[in-house]
Design a protein around this ligand. Structure first.
Ligand code: I3P
Length: 350
């Protein structure tokens, strides 16, 4: 296993299942979901039971968004489904998570501001739910193609794993997701209980995809209005990733050079950002959007982006060991830039 994920071996010892454990549900047990973030917002439901109750009230993704007289289908490619709804005047409404709100407010004053969706305040729906109003990044594109890459060598916070170690729950849904990919992956005991723990699933998920070895993974791709896929769970090697990005940009010759230029700008902004210096980035994505004429990249999803504890500093590149808070963000951004550079060079050569 790559050095960047040395911490996995340590956590592996805490992932086995026992019949005495309780069963838990999606987004409701040992590792907190973005809906259960620890920054409270008045009147915002925090428990998953409440979450389920309000789930059907609004028009969830996919939905038709209208901006500048253009209508387009807005599809969520990653994260918890049903967190978005249409907004007005080039905005999207995202279900409010306190931790993400804090991050966006800080980012609006940081040198990363041009690279994140603009935060345009909050709204409260009739049923009392709070939403973030965010710039709709697709708004300025005509029939946009979109790719979401989750960045970092791990997708869970250290304190989430610590909680999971104290009170592990059995997840049937995660066992089923595992079986759908590889029937040989669960252990005998996991087969017997038809369940796995969340840390076990998350680590397995990270090692079958490119998260552990390349520091990022493709979560989803939508190409124009016609093709959309989230089937990248086993897209692991650099060549497989490259094939997927070739497919994503095929027919759009301006995309790769513009993506590369923007990604390089982002890399240098990250090096100078005080926000980046002070936070552990977990579960955050780079969103790639292009049409025939333009291509751009943004940092999105900050529900699990967390201030580093006092006295802890990270370089976002060093190997993760439990307790050091390294997230591998720059490993992922660097590998993505390398892949795009190789693609750009190959195109110049032909
Ligand atoms: C999900 C993915 C999410 C995670 C979710 C997993 O797996 O790892 O990041 O949510 O946990 O089910 P997959 O992509 O294979 O569907 P969090 O990051 O919020 O933990 P959940 O089911 O407990 O929400």
């Amino acid at each position: 296993m790559a050095d960047s994920v040395a911490g996995y071996a340590d956590y592996g010892r805490h992932m086995s299942v026992h019949s005495s454990m309780e069963y838990g549900e999606a987004s409701s047990d040992d590792l907190s979901s973005e809906w259960e973030a620890d920054v409270e917002v008045e009147e915002t439901p925090r428990k998953s039971s409440q979450w389920r109750k309000v789930k059907g009230v609004v028009q969830w993704t996919p939905f038709v968004q209208t901006y500048k007289k253009q209508k387009y289908l807005w599809v969520q490619l990653a994260g918890h489904q049903g967190n978005f709804k249409a907004g007005k005047d080039g905005t999207i409404q995202k279900r409010l998570c306190g931790r993400e709100l804090e991050c966006l407010k800080l980012l609006m004053t940081d040198c990363l501001r041009p690279y994140v969706p603009e935060y345009r305040g909050e709204t409260v729906a009739e049923d009392g739910q709070h939403f973030l109003q965010l710039q709709d990044l697709l708004g300025e594109f005509v029939e946009p193609c979109v790719m979401d890459c989750k960045i970092g060598v791990r997708t869970y916070l250290e304190d989430e794993l610590a909680k999971a170690k104290e009170n592990p729950k059995l997840r049937k849904d995660m066992y089923e997701k595992m079986m759908a990919i590889d029937k040989g992956a669960p252990t005998e005991e996991e087969h017997r209980l038809k369940a796995v723990t969340k840390p076990r699933y998350m680590v397995w998920r990270e090692t079958i995809s490119s998260t552990a070895n390349l520091g990022f993974r493709i979560e989803g791709i939508r190409k124009s209005q016609g093709f959309s896929s989230k089937d990248f769970k086993t897209t692991r090697s650099k060549d497989q990733i490259k094939d997927a990005i070739v497919m994503f940009t095929d027919g759009y010759p301006k995309a790769v050079p513009q993506y590369l230029e923007r990604l390089k700008e982002i890399q240098s902004a990250l090096e100078n950002s005080s926000f980046f210096k002070a936070h552990e980035f977990i579960g955050s994505s780079l969103l790639f959007v292009h049409d025939a004429n333009h291509a751009s990249v943004w940092l999105i999803d900050f529900a699990k982006t967390t201030p580093l504890p006092a006295g802890v500093s990270i370089d976002h590149r060093s190997a993760w060991q439990p307790g050091n808070h390294e997230d591998g963000y720059l490993i992922g951004a660097g590998n993505l830039a390398d892949i795009l550079s190789e693609m750009a060079a190959a195109r110049i050569a032909t």
